[in-house]
Structure formats: C-alpha cells, structure tokens
Ligand binder design. Sequence first.
Ligand code: NAG
Ligand code: NAG
Ligand code: NAG
Ligand code: NAG
Length: 422
Amino acid sequence: MRCPDFPCHMHSVKPRAHSSVVSMLQWKKKILKSVGFFFCLLITFTFLLNGTSPGLFTQDQQKDSGSQMLSNQKRDTYHAPDGFWEIKSKLGPTKAIPKTELQPTEWDIYSTNCSANWNITKMEWYKSLEPHFQQFILYRHCRYFPMIINNQQKCSEDIELLIVVKSIITQHDRREVIRKTWGKEKEIDGKKVRTLFLLGTAVREEERANYQKLLEFENIIYGDILQWNFLDSFFNLTLKEVHFLKWMDIYCKNVKYIFKGDDDVFVSPENIIEYLDGKYRPDLFVGDILKNARPIRRKDSKYYIPTALYDKTLYPPYAGGGGFLMSGSLIKKLLRASETQELYPIDDVFLGMCLEVIKVSPVLHEGFKTFGIVKFKNSKMNKDPCFFKNTLVVHKLLPDELLHMWKLVHSNLTCTRKFNIL
Ligand SMILES: *[C@@H]1O[C@H](CO)[C@@H](O)[C@H](O)[C@H]1NC(C)=O
Ligand SMILES: *[C@@H]1O[C@H](CO)[C@@H](O)[C@H](O)[C@H]1NC(C)=O
Ligand SMILES: *[C@@H]1O[C@H](CO)[C@@H](O)[C@H](O)[C@H]1NC(C)=O
Ligand SMILES: *[C@@H]1O[C@H](CO)[C@@H](O)[C@H](O)[C@H]1NC(C)=O
C-alpha cells in the first residue's frame, strides 16, 4: 500500500559494459582463462540448480495428494467472518477432508498448471477494471508456484532475527547496498542475524533471460535469494507473502523473530535486537499500524477496490508493508489463516486480514516510520542521522542515500537531542 507511483517496480539497472585494450597474446590467455572459469561456474550452477529446485529436473508423485490435501485440510481450520468475501460465497463451500497432519519437508509445488478463470470475464464489474486488475482477478485462484532459486540451508543455525526483503530482479543495486548495511549478516550480542531476499520473475519479457542469469550468479556469491516462478508485479506481492509463509513453515521453523520489509527503507537491526531484549514474545506483531483504513472506491485510483472484491467499509488493522517485525511462532498460524482467504491485491492489507482471522492485534510502534516520512517531507528530521540512529525502520531511501545515512549513523555521532523511541 506504500507504492505511490505504480508501477513503481519498473526501474531497471543496466549491466556495466567494460572494454579494455590488451595485446593479442594476453587477450588469448584471458579468453582461455575465462572459458575455464565460465565452465566451472556452469558446473557449479547446474549442480546448484539440481540441488535446490528438484522440480526443474524431476517429476513428482506427491504433488496432487500432498499439497492439495494439505491446503484443503488447512482450509477447514479457520473460518472467515460471514459475508467477508462476496465472491467466495458465490463459489460455494469447500469440501470437507478428513483431518490428518501432513507436513511437507520440501517445497512441494513442481509445476505451474493454473489456467485463467474466464468465467469472471462475463461479469460487469470485471469489464470496467484496469487491465492489471483484470489480470489479478483472472489468476487469483492460483496460489502456489514452483521455486526457481531456493536456499534451504539458510535456517540450519539458531537465528534470532531473520531479515526478509521484498526485492525485484532488476534492482540488484538495492540488494547490494542492503547487504553492506542493515542486511549484513552478523551477530549482535551473540545473537545471529541472517538475511533473505524474496523475488518473482521479471515482468518484462526482454528482461527475463539476462537478469535471470545475473540473479543466479548473484545467488552463487551470496546464497541469500528465494525466487518463485510468478511475475513480480505489484498485485502479485500478496503471492510473495503467501509463498514466504509456506517456505518458512517448511524450512525455517525455529527462527525467533522476523523482520520483513521493502528494499528502500533504513533499518537498525541493533535497535531491533535491543527492543526485543532477548525475551520470548510468542504473538508479537509490531509495525506502523493503520487502523480504520478504508478501501478506495474512486475508479481512477491505483488502489481502487470494487465492492465485488471487498464490500466492507473498513480494512482490519494492518501494518504498512515497508517494514514490520513479528515472532516466528506466528508463521504457521498466518499460513493457515492465509489459506482460508482469497488473495487480495494489496499485500499488507491481506496480512491484516490473516491477523484478524487468528485474532492477533498488530501493535503500533513509534520506531516504525513507514508512512511517516511523507508527513515530514520538509522536516529536517529526514536528513538527521540522530533521528535515524534512534529508530527501527524509516522509509524511504534510495541506495546511495541509504549508504550515506548508514555511514553517518555509524560514525562517532554526537546527538544533542534525544529521540527516545525504544
Ligand atoms: C494441467 O491441467 C490440465 C487440465 O486441468 C491437464 O489436462 C494437464 O495434463 C495438466 N498439465 C500438467 C503438466 O500437469
Ligand atoms: C466456470 O464455470 C463453469 C460452468 O459454470 C464451472 O464448471 C467451472 O468450475 C468454473 N470455473 C471456475 C474456475 O470457477
Ligand atoms: C501473477 O503471476 C502469475 C504467474 O506468473 C501471472 O499469471 C499473473 O498474471 C500475475 N498477476 C498479476 C496481477 O500480475
Ligand atoms: C570513534 O571514537 C573512538 C573512541 O573515541 C575512536 O577509537 C575511533 O577511532 C573513532 N572512530 C572514528 C571513525 O572516528
């Protein structure tokens, strides 16, 4: 909900071309060397692919029984309030499946076999929608997609704080700066902080092949990418949310806390660790919480939501998607709740709906400035490192601003004013 200039995920980064003049002999040597190097990379890469995304190479047996049954069974666990979804009620009740505890041990979606729901195209409200909205509605029922890049070893240690960043394939520069600043993997007071980036596939056809190769090399270097085979569009951010929940439930069950946020924010992991104070808080969900937000009904708005999609006047309380903190114990509950809900085009609202289902109230915290920065647009605070030093999350900073601010905050900073936020 904090992506004012849709489509905001469209900036692209061009790989840097470099040329050099070298003598013929050196040149030949160089070519031979790089052929060898490339060959090695290719082998590593093939090996990696084989190891991490079995779906690309093997046909599976359990995909029908396993995942289908699991989601049906989970669907029975929670009930959405009556009249919550107009469309849902039209589709009729889901069949009851005997309850068995089925827990997949790996990502169990190996093929994308989901066709558009053409039935809906006959409805009047559908015809009046923007094309990107129509695209969302047509594929709304497609819930899970195969993985392209997995890093299942990520959670093999005891992690106190897992930093999870929503990223898109073309924005390599943002990932790079995050790895150097707040996403740097480290220990704070002996507590492990680890980082993952969540991605789909490139929206534009011409970007797909080249950026995909670059991303795969990037992952060989850093091993911090999770990528699924769905288009990384604004409305598919909710898919990213549910894929993340499912992935966490399979591979990362013992993480204590999760910070999840955008790639254009400033975060202080030190302050987050200090705030958490080593305590165990089972149902913690804190962030920049919006209460009594209304769905936007103006058709010219990017966030327009037809009543056919959501007919209540207010959204449940939800955290701005720029960054929020939650305890790992919420993952399984949220996953189950998410599977009782139809996908909603706005990811942070969707998560608010899931929180409502499990009856967890998200808590507002002053340290999360994911909307606030707009209010203070002309305020000196926006440039004041002392402000950043004493906060948890601030939106919005571009890579070089982030790097600059990070250095200022971590220099020998003397602050006369005290912002007491923790
Ligand atoms: C996809 O689904 C269609 C019909 O639902 C089926 O005929 C087809 O074999 C499926 N393809 C794969 C790859 O599972
Ligand atoms: C579309 O409508 C047909 C006939 O009413 C029905 O059999 C089918 O299940 C519907 N498809 C979806 C995806 O709802
Ligand atoms: C979401 O991703 C799926 C799979 O790539 C795609 O079919 C669908 O059109 C996307 N939805 C939107 C709204 O972009
Ligand atoms: C910051 O201060 C400490 C102690 O006063 C000093 O050792 C250190 O070199 C200083 N760092 C910078 C970047 O000035």
